[in-house]
Design a protein around this ligand. Structure first.
Ligand code: ZN
Length: 229
């Protein structure tokens, strides 16, 4: 009996080392943040971001730099588990750095419209976080994806099909969420252990939606910046 217990403990430890580290409990509502954004140019906007690690939040670049004036973020309030534009289960206004992959100096482009935020504090300990995956073209083509986002009047979780992998960086969705720029585009189905982010919603219009894929470059940079520590 004792030996069995020891074996079980050893197996659990081994398993924990192999599995991606998920928070003990996960609530997509809490791991998703409503963002109240102000840029240095004076422009404001709202957006969505998602925790994919203990300190790392993924979103679109145009939530972190003004795509019209190429001016940096001046301030942002992250409201996790938002109930309104001002209240939620956790509010963060400082103690973060961010990185973008496009500064829009040559105009808006969805190609590199992705960025991330690293929090000094392990915000994920109280919000939980999504799993993530850098999906291959074959894996992602025609998958059903969820887009979990906030708008001025509430929170939406919609289901879209990836119509096709547009290129190595983008996915085309079968419809346009219409709002929720920066929202996590994730897979969730029976057999998949955890809701798994594969990209962020960037733009939509005329019944088309586009997502920027989570690529190895972004994942590697986030890891190096401490997103998963
Ligand atoms: Zn601006």
């Amino acid at each position: 009996m004792k030996r069995l217990t020891i074996i079980a403990v050893v197996m659990l430890v081994l398993l924990a080392a192999v599995l991606p580290s998920y928070a003990a409990s996960f609530d997509d509502h809490k791991a998703t943040a409503y963002m109240n954004i102000k840029f240095e140019c004076g422009c404001t906007r709202t957006g969505t971001g998602a925790m994919i690690g203990r300190r790392g939040l993924i979103t679109c670049a145009h939530n972190l730099i003004c795509f019209q004036h190429s001016k940096w973020l001046k301030s942002c309030t992250f409201i996790f588990g938002a109930k309104s534009a001002n209240s939620g289960q956790k509010k963060v206004t400082s103690g973060y750095t961010y990185t973008v992959y496009d500064t829009f100096e040559n105009g808006y482009s969805g190609e590199n419209d992705i960025g991330y935020v690293i929090f000094e504090q392990p915000i994920g300990d109280s919000t939980g976080w999504y799993a993530w995956q850098v999906g291959s073209d074959e894996f992602l083509n025609e998958e059903f994806t969820h887009v979990n986002y906030y708008t001025y009047n509430g929170r939406f979780n919609e289901l879209f099909t990836i119509q096709y992998v547009s290129n190595s960086k983008q996915l085309k969705l079968d419809d346009n969420p219409g709002d929720g720029d920066g929202a996590p585009v994730y897979l969730a189905y029976e057999g998949l252990d955890w809701p798994t982010v594969v990209g962020v919603f960037t733009t939509g219009g005329n019944g088309k939606g586009y997502a920027r894929r989570l690529t190895n470059q972004v994942a590697d940079d986030m890891r190096a910046a401490g997103a998963f520590n």
